[in-house]
Structures are given as C-alpha cells and as structure tokens.
Ligand binder design. Structure first.
Ligand SMILES: Cc1cc2nc3c(=O)[nH]c(=O)nc-3n(C[C@H](O)[C@H](O)[C@H](O)COP(=O)(O)O)c2cc1C
Length: 195
C-alpha cells in the first residue's frame, strides 16, 4: 500500500471540505491510501495538536509519502501564508531530494469565480517544482472539466465558496477533486511498480 499525503490549510472549512473529496479519490485507487494533514495558521500560537480536524504535518509526512496533494484558500491570488511558511521550512528535504520524482497535485478554494484560483494553483506548483515533484493536473478527458458551473481547472481542483463562504460544493467540483486525488494516487502506484 502506498500513502498519498493530502496537506492543506483551511481557516473556515471550504478547503478542508475539498480535501476530504481528494481523500475519497485517493482511497478509490487500488493500492493507495491517504494521510490527511494541515498546518498551523500564520500568527497562531504554536501547538502540537490542533483543536479539531486533521493533525499538523511534520517533515516526516513529506519524507514518507509516495505523492502529495496540496490545498490552499486563495489569498490575493496566491497560496495562504501558512502553507508558504511551512514550505520555507523544508530546505533540508530539498537538499536531500526527499520529494524528487514524487507526483503532486494542487487544489484551492476561493470566494469568487475570477478571483485568482488559477493563479493560486500555479503559485502552489512553484515550491513543488523546486523540490523536483512531478506535477499532475486535470485533463479535459475528465468530463466535469468541460461543463463545470463552478471551480475545477486543468491546473488542479478548485471551488467557488461564495463571498459569504456558504456556497455548497457543486457536483463538478466534487468530481474533479476526487479525480485529482485518483490521478495522483494512480501515478504514484504506477511509479512504485516501475511502470
Ligand atoms: C486575506 C484574504 C485574501 C483573500 N483573497 C481572495 C482572492 O484573491 N480571491 C478570492 O476569490 N478569494 C479570496 N479570499 C477568500 C478565500 O479564498 C475564500 O473565502 C476561501 O474559500 C476560504 O477558504 P477556507 O474556508 O478553507 O479558509 C481571501 C480571503 C482572505 C482572508
């Protein structure tokens, strides 16, 4: 069994909900399982265990995983500082090449349709490429990509949570988040088998 790390930051829960669908996609792939982790918010008092939800990621989680799916809220068209901060602490892993050659995908939640989801997804790929990860996107062979009324892009999964954060996930957003998890997991399974 290979393990895919789903690492996300979420302040109000919209990215966390998308992360759970990524996990479902991973766990639907034979031979793969998911490990769900988060990071502390910027400026939050450091705690070893969060009050609720997924536990905080460690460098060992990155070291151990066979693949990574990284999720963030859209923050002015960029990934959240909390995740940026986490990656700025990974230079030891970069030096050792711990993530090099592993597949990775990205997902994001924003409030408005044209508020910077794609820019955020692309920005999230940058540290992953520096680490030598192999980026897995979403092709238009995924039917939901062609007619989504909400989020979902070739660069990764996404959702539009609404300005009040209350807009429910639409079917296409759910399907594409699951497809992203499945695609990263399937790639990792094939790489592990030398295929
Ligand atoms: C500082 C800040 C900047 C934001 N910038 C954007 C933005 O550029 N575009 C956008 O669509 N939403 C933006 N948002 C809204 C969040 O991306 C959105 O509410 C998201 O769904 C929150 O995810 P969460 O519930 O996982 O925390 C911003 C929110 C904050 C707090």
């Amino acid at each position: 069994m290979i393990e895919i790390l789903v690492l996300y930051y979420s302040r109000h829960g919209a990215t966390a909900e998308l992360a759970r669908h990524v996990v479902r996609g991973i766990e639907g792939e034979p031979g793969a399982t998911a490990r769900l982790r988060t990071v502390p918010g910027s400026g939050a008092a450091p705690r070893s265990v969060p009050a609720s939800g997924a536990v905080y990621a460690s460098h060992a989680d990155l070291q151990d995983c066979a693949g990574l799916v990284l999720g963030s809220p859209v923050r002015f068209g960029n990934m959240a500082g909390a995740l940026q901060n986490f990656f700025e602490g990974t230079s030891g892993l970069w030096l050792s090449g711990a993530l090099s050659g592993k597949p990775a995908g990205v997902f994001a939640s924003g409030s408005t349709p044209h508020g910077g989801q794609e820019a955020t997804l692309l920005s999230m790929m940058l540290p992953l490429l520096h680490h030598g990860m192999l980026i897995v996107g979403l092709p238009f062979t995924e039917p939901a990509l062609g007619d989504t009324p909400g989020g979902g892009t070739p660069y990764g999964a996404s959702r539009i949570a609404g300005v009040d954060g209350q807009r429910p996930l639409v079917a296409a957003e759910r399907q594409l988040a699951q497809a992203l998890g499945r695609r990263v997991a399937a790639t990792a399974v094939r790489l592990a088998a030398g295929r």
